[in-house]
Design a protein around this ligand. Structure first.
Ligand code: FES
Ligand code: FES
Length: 213
């Protein structure tokens, strides 16, 4: 490519950039739909069914709704927390068909027909899940914001160990992983706690499985 072609390419690029910026900032006219995409004022929506904590729900949702927002904003199950909304903190961890998942990273429509378990489905204040009771006993929280995600994640992590799913610290990939504090720390590393209650969290999870820390 010679120099004149290069400068022409740059000029074309600048013109194209300016044109798209002008289009984006132009006032929109509801009577004039854009050349592509859905008409203004409408969004692509889907009807989906979810079983959440044993109860069937039929929902009509904007296709862009995450499972986290479906749970919190549409089903009002606010036990599941929104921390980063970017898959980085684990506060939104729930169980989908028995597997732990970051609910902020999956669209609700992708989970059509799934069985979802949130912290509200694990236990109640009167009848706590053993992990909930252990978190209380060991002070596995301070502010408690990360705790629902920690507990749902721990349920999933313990199930993975029982099923023989190896982790980054599993020494022998051909043997069933040992239920150790090291395995628990590794498997819970996707669940951040800004209060730093980590050692108590490991103690709580360990106690439910008889692991020595
Ligand atoms: Fe989903 Fe942080 S809110 S990982
Ligand atoms: Fe506060 Fe974990 S208890 S963020």
């Amino acid at each position: 490519m010679d120099k004149s072609e290069l400068s022409l390419s740059r000029r074309d690029l600048l013109i194209a950039g300016a044109a798209s910026a002008a289009w984006a900032s132009a006032p929109t006219d509801a009577a004039t739909p854009p050349a592509s995409g859905p008409p203004l004022g409408t969004v692509p929506a889907s009807r989906i069914s979810l079983e959440v904590n044993g109860t069937a729900h039929a929902l009509e949702l904007d296709n862009r709704t995450t499972l986290l927002d479906a749970l919190r904003e549409h089903l009002h199950l606010t036990g599941t927390k929104k921390g980063c909304d970017h898959g980085q903190c684990g506060a939104c961890t729930v169980l989908v068909n028995g597997e732990r998942i970051n609910a902020c990273l999956t669209l609700a429509v992708m989970n059509e027909g799934a069985k979802v378990t949130t912290i509200e489905g694990l236990g109640t204040p009167a009848r706590m899940h053993p992990l909930q009771a252990a978190f209380v006993k060991h002070d596995g929280y301070q502010c408690g914001y990360c705790t629902p995600g920690q507990i749902c994640s721990a349920v999933g992590a313990l199930d993975e160990i029982r099923r023989g799913v190896p982790s980054h610290v599993t020494a022998d990939l051909n043997a069933k992983p040992m239920l150790s504090a090291e395995e628990l720390r590794e498997r819970m590393s996707g669940n951040l706690c800004r209060c730093g209650a980590y050692s108590n969290i490991v103690d709580a999870i360990s106690e439910t499985e008889g692991v020595r820390t």
